[in-house]
Design a protein around this ligand. Structure first.
Ligand code: WQD
Length: 344
């Protein structure tokens, strides 16, 4: 299929683009590089060429989704059959400080994309959503029909877009929309050539641990060890980015064959604590990592992990990679690229 991928130079986007190319899809990436590097796509192309022994069909356009004219010209040129929409700002703390920046980029950008898709008769969409729409879920594991509630502007943009898409499908049943709710994406492609490369101080646990392991940061700050969990630290459902990427290939096939609006959790269904993840990373990098126990981070929940039975049933997808594979693959990327894409 001809697939347009917004935010395809980003962490999850680049891993998904690689798998799409290896699977033989024609891919067009739209990215404004506001939180990513063109280097990622250069490496994706090299990896895809090696894995397919051919000439992967990859087209890259540096476009901001709010540039409606440029997007329109691109759609006319590429005529995609489906869109996977990753592009969006995703830092919770930043969204609290700068809500309008998040609403303009994430919401208005998405509406511009959807209007362009409609104009060109492209009505198959996979949307990158997040478990954050569940807020502090009362029941674990969290199922897709759990109540949605958000507590920050970033999470609100994800929930709003899910609801905008519900309204769109209601108004025009020709649309086929797949909502993928990621739990905690971590890890890197086993080649070590592409991976997570956050700008500035990482908000998320795994990239912070990786930067401690490679010597860029002093110690891992554990945000609270007094939660009602087995070892007192936060429990999350970490999922390998390669498993996550595979879920997108199943979802884009699904939306191409169906219509309507459907959401799936992408997780492992298992909870892992902060200390357990640090211990796994210590094994991966071969040394004990320094740890500080600090206060809880405001807004954090104690525990979250997914009910993944719907994706298994309807997409034929399940996560296969272990926590140790996540940390081993992350370490291979981080140790080979201590400064991410910047130094290459
Ligand atoms: C995981 C655990 C922290 C950093 C966030 C977003 C969510 C999604 C995934 C985009 C928690 C603890 C963290 C650190 C720590 N992003 N922690 N020290 O908060 O589950 O989810 O990222 O969709 O929207 O909310 O992920 O990696 O920030 O935290 O102890 O330096 O690690 O308290 O228990 P989170 P996280």
């Amino acid at each position: 299929m001809r697939i347009l991928v917004t935010g395809g130079a980003g962490y999850i986007g680049s891993h998904t683009v690689l798998q799409l190319l290896v699977a033989g899809h024609d891919v067009c990436v739209v990215d404004n590089y506001s939180n990513s590097s063109p280097k990622a796509l250069e490496r994706v192309y090299e990896l895809a060429s090696a894995e397919t022994a051919g000439d992967p069909s990859l087209h890259v356009a540096e476009i901001d989704l709010n540039d409606a004219d440029a997007l329109d010209l691109l759609f006319a040129d590429v005529t995609p059959e489906a869109v996977i929409h990753f592009a969006g700002f995703k830092a919770v703390g930043e969204s609290v400080a700068e809500p309008l920046k998040y609403y303009r980029n994430n919401i208005v950008g998405t509406i511009t994309l959807l209007e362009t898709m409609s104009r060109h008769g492209v009505k198959n969409l996979v949307f990158s959503s997040s478990a954050t729409v569940y807020g502090d879920a009362k029941e674990l594991p969290v199922a897709e029909d759990a109540p949605r509630s958000v507590t920050n502007p970033y999470g609100r943009t994800k929930l709003m877009i899910e609801e905008i898409l519900e309204d769109l499908v209601q108004a025009d049943p020709e649309w086929s929309v797949g909502i993928l709710r990621y739990f905690n994406p971590v890890g890197a492609h086993p080649s070590g050539q592409i991976g997570e490369d956050p700008q500035g101080i990482p908000n998320n646990l795994m990239p912070f641990i990786a930067q401690v392991a490679v010597g860029r940061r002093e110690a891992v700050n554990v945000f609270g060890n007094d939660y009602p969990t087995p070892d007192g630290t936060g429990v999350r459902d970490y999922i390998h980015v390669e498993d996550l990427a595979e879920g997108h290939l199943q979802a884009v096939d699904y939306v191409a064959k169906n219509s309507g609006w459907r959401a799936w959790n992408l997780g492992t269904g298992k909870g892992v604590s902060v200390l357990e993840l640090i211990a796994s990373y210590s094994r991966a990098c071969g040394r004990e990592l320094p740890v500080n126990i600090t206060d809880r981070r405001p807004g954090d929940i104690a525990e979250s992990y997914a009910d993944v039975s719907r994706a298994e049933r309807e997409l034929g997808w399940e996560a296969k990679r272990s926590v140790d594979e996540m940390t081993v693959d992350s370490w291979r990327w981080q140790s080979a690229n201590p400064q991410g894409y910047r130094e290459s």
